[in-house]
Design a protein around this ligand. Structure first.
Ligand SMILES: *Cc1c(COP(=O)(O)O)cnc(C)c1O
Length: 230
């Protein structure tokens, strides 16, 4: 096995162990390989080891890699901050966008997604710790956004994405607070049809996220090694 295949097996094992701890079936958590600042060749090698879903943070960087990987059936996820002038590229070249935090962005993605493609899967990014510097909507805004976004054509609202603050605050676990917001949506009169995704947990904290119900963990460093400074 290549080094990348070995690290992937190690992450899958961590996911499996975390699921066992929480009495969840292992197939309820997907691994998203975060390939920002990694070469296209690394993505190709990991794909050969069985990894299908890759996450990118920067639109131009992602498009350049996609252009040389068109022979692979990769599922592309966008997880970076969204500038409104980039929505057309996202709508044309991605399968998922995790970082939608306002209605305008969802409306543009919906309008710009070709009806010939499968609907674009969306997650609402929630700023669970209310940090000033962070993207994401406040937890209180989620109900209204779910209501409006689930009516849009050509997109499918799947759930929430969360990146907790680096410095852990006192009080309840941020992942558990995110889970509560996620579950609250299920109690709505009109639950979005495919409300099934809680995207949270990274290299350092995926166990904690899985314990709180994560269905997709986004792992970069623990798979590929440290990223080059940017
Ligand atoms: C970079 C990044 C990750 C991966 O983080 P690692 O600590 O390298 O696993 C996950 N999610 C988002 C939104 C990121 O930007």
């Amino acid at each position: 096995m290549t080094d990348l295949a070995v690290s992937r097996q190690q992450i899958l094992k961590r996911i499996e162990n975390a699921c066992t701890e929480s009495r969840r079936p292992a197939n309820t958590v997907r691994l998203l390989a975060v390939s920002k600042q990694q070469e296209a060749g690394q993505i190709r090698a990991l794909y050969a080891a069985g990894q299908i879903a890759f996450g990118e943070n920067y639109v131009q960087e992602a498009l350049a890699k996609q252009a040389v990987l068109t022979d692979l059936a990769i599922e592309w996820h966008f997880i970076g901050q969204i500038q409104r002038n980039k929505t057309r590229d996202l709508a044309a070249h991605f399968d998922w966008v995790h970082s939608v935090d306002r209605l305008l962005i969802a409306e543009r993605l919906s309008a710009q997604r070709s009806g010939e493609l499968k609907p674009l899967n969306l997650c609402i990014e929630v700023n669970i710790d209310g940090e000033d510097t962070k993207g994401g909507c406040l937890p209180e805004a989620v109900p209204g956004l779910v209501e409006s976004m689930s009516r849009l054509p050509n997109v499918r609202l799947r759930g929430l994405m969360v990146i907790p603050a680096k410095t852990s605050s006192d009080g309840p676990d941020p992942f558990q607070r995110a889970q509560a917001v996620f579950e609250q949506v299920r109690s709505y009169h009109r639950v979005p049809e495919d409300w099934d995704t809680l995207s949270m947990g990274m290299s350092a904290d995926l166990e904690q996220a899985i314990a709180a119900g994560a269905t997709m963990v986004r792992v970069g460093t623990a798979l590929f090694g440290a990223r080059s400074a940017k």
